[in-house]
Design a protein around this ligand. Sequence first.
Ligand code: SF4
Ligand code: SF4
Length: 299
Amino acid sequence: MKPTEIMNEIVVLSGKGGTGKTSIAASLAVLAGNSAVIADCDVGAANIHLLLKPDFGKTFEFYSGELASIHQELCTVCGKCAEVCRFKAISFIDDHYLISDLDCEGCGYCERVCPTHAIAMYERKSGHVYISKTKVGSTMVHARLDISAENSGKLVAAVKNEAKSIAIKEDKQFIIVDGSPGIGCPVVSSLSGANYVILVTEPTLSGLHDLKRVHAVISRFRIQSGCIINKFDLNLEKTVEIKHFLEELQIHHLADISYDIAFTQAMTEGKTIVETSSPLKQLIEEVWYNVKEQIIIKK
Ligand code: SF4
Ligand code: SF4
């Protein structure tokens, strides 16, 4: 059997931040050990590195979109570029026309109207991608967007593609993806090629609302999914409501995790819950076992 035929991609998502998504993803990464490549696709607020302690072994720059720049020696200071820039990115300062990197949207209009061809378009550096070894010996691909950089969907795709090619090359059985919160472009990018999605929610009005929204996105991709209700005991009424929703949509109910201070304590010590003696450790181990079984049965 070829390696690509046995690789499984598991994405951990939550409709909103603060549900414990990253802690769960990191716990699964620890349980999977060297059988998985980890992809941190929460590029806007990357923090799984705090738990998996990657070594930032290799890095490369990520480029996305374009940026205009003026060659001052060719500029005749006619001002045509500033007139057409509807993003107000070109200013006249000290007898020169200058382009602000922060405001330029890379539309290229100024380049087209410049009579002396003084304007050139360049690829815009948007961030860095890192390839690291985690504390459990697995390879992790992670990234950081530059301040004010956009296109995080493309950066997520770059992280995923890198993780996938490493997993194929190193013949790994799993890719575990810590997805972005929300339902935007980065979430859609993190779903491509996924075999299973673990949804992490909490029993609040917004938790259920966001769970419904993110499930609506993943159902378009026809990906199998399961749900963990974190801190279920903080609102039993809402937990029952969430369970009804899971039943109705035939989403596998993976676990109810009770509120436990050990979860937060472990995080402040830079550990996952499965590295502690908390009773929740066994629960997460069961989740990992169940998810693996479901993927295998489906295949
Ligand atoms: S259009 Fe070209 S020549 Fe005119 S001000 Fe802009 S860069 Fe200079
Ligand atoms: S590329 Fe577009 S946004 Fe950037 S400076 Fe030129 S006209 Fe303005």
